[in-house]
Write a protein that binds this ligand. Sequence first.
Ligand code: PSU
Ligand code: MN
Length: 303
Amino acid sequence: MMENYLEYSAEVQEAKKANKPIVALESTIISHGMPYPQNVETAKEVEEIIRKNGAVPATIAIINGKIKIGLSDEDLEFLGTSKDIEKASRRDLPYLIANKKNGATTVASTMICAQLAGIEVFVTGGIGGVHREAETTMDISADLQELAQTNVAVICAGAKSILDLGLTLEYLETHGVPVVGFETDALPAFFTRTSPFNVNYRVDTAEEAAAMIRTKWELGLNGGVVIANPIPEADALDEAFITNVIESALREAKENNIEGKKVTPFLLSKVKELTEGKSLIANIALVKHNAEVGSRIAVSLQK
Ligand code: PSU
Ligand code: MN
């Protein structure tokens, strides 16, 4: 049954047969997170980093109604250039797949597809979370609900402070999702290595991270683990600068009555515009760093 929905690249198919470590990658970051051509270039470089670290990359997207696990260069080019790729989260999957449409997968839907494909590790930039003023808008990313129930470890650089990071941690705690710092005690905030919050636990090696992830699932504690890996020092942005930028982006979103799934892309593109490209450089650097750490964790989990 599932074979009707899933389509593996030859590389991923081969890796599955040989029991090699596989790392899932999302595609919203390609279609909606970065401009062309940096989006496609970064996607390819990230895949290469994963290969160099002993794992096999599986970038995930919905193409012509198929859940593709592992993409060709043509697929990446298509996702990076086409204007009508839907942002596909959990609720969007059935419609897009039944109607043979195209969709770029978010953290939530990439986790779903990774689990369907038997992939345990997923590398991305930042996760969605509880938005500021969610107490009235109820805007909480489906990513958090997915982390509550789907058995995939997500390696990220924390979450952007366009969100309410405190409420995001509270939500994850309620749902039993451990937030683990990789070589850090502070919760990283995407562009910065720290935030006013701490992670729940700290690990200093890929082996420690893998042991904790394996233990969670062996105990039958379903759901994900967030591995928060701070942006490299040299690429981090100035905290006061990025705070100002984010405040302006939030103000503009409010003035324009942006809501629903448009909120996050709107804020991300405003941040990009207001930082004049600095955020893009930081974004690329942190994703590459996450790919390195994530593949080491995937290799360790496979042992
Ligand atoms: N945060 C980022 N970059 C991103 C996203 C979030 O810093 O690219 C994307 C991810 O795909 C994430 C999605 O899963 O946005 C969350 O969207 P929403 O808040 O609508 O759930
Ligand atoms: Mn939302």
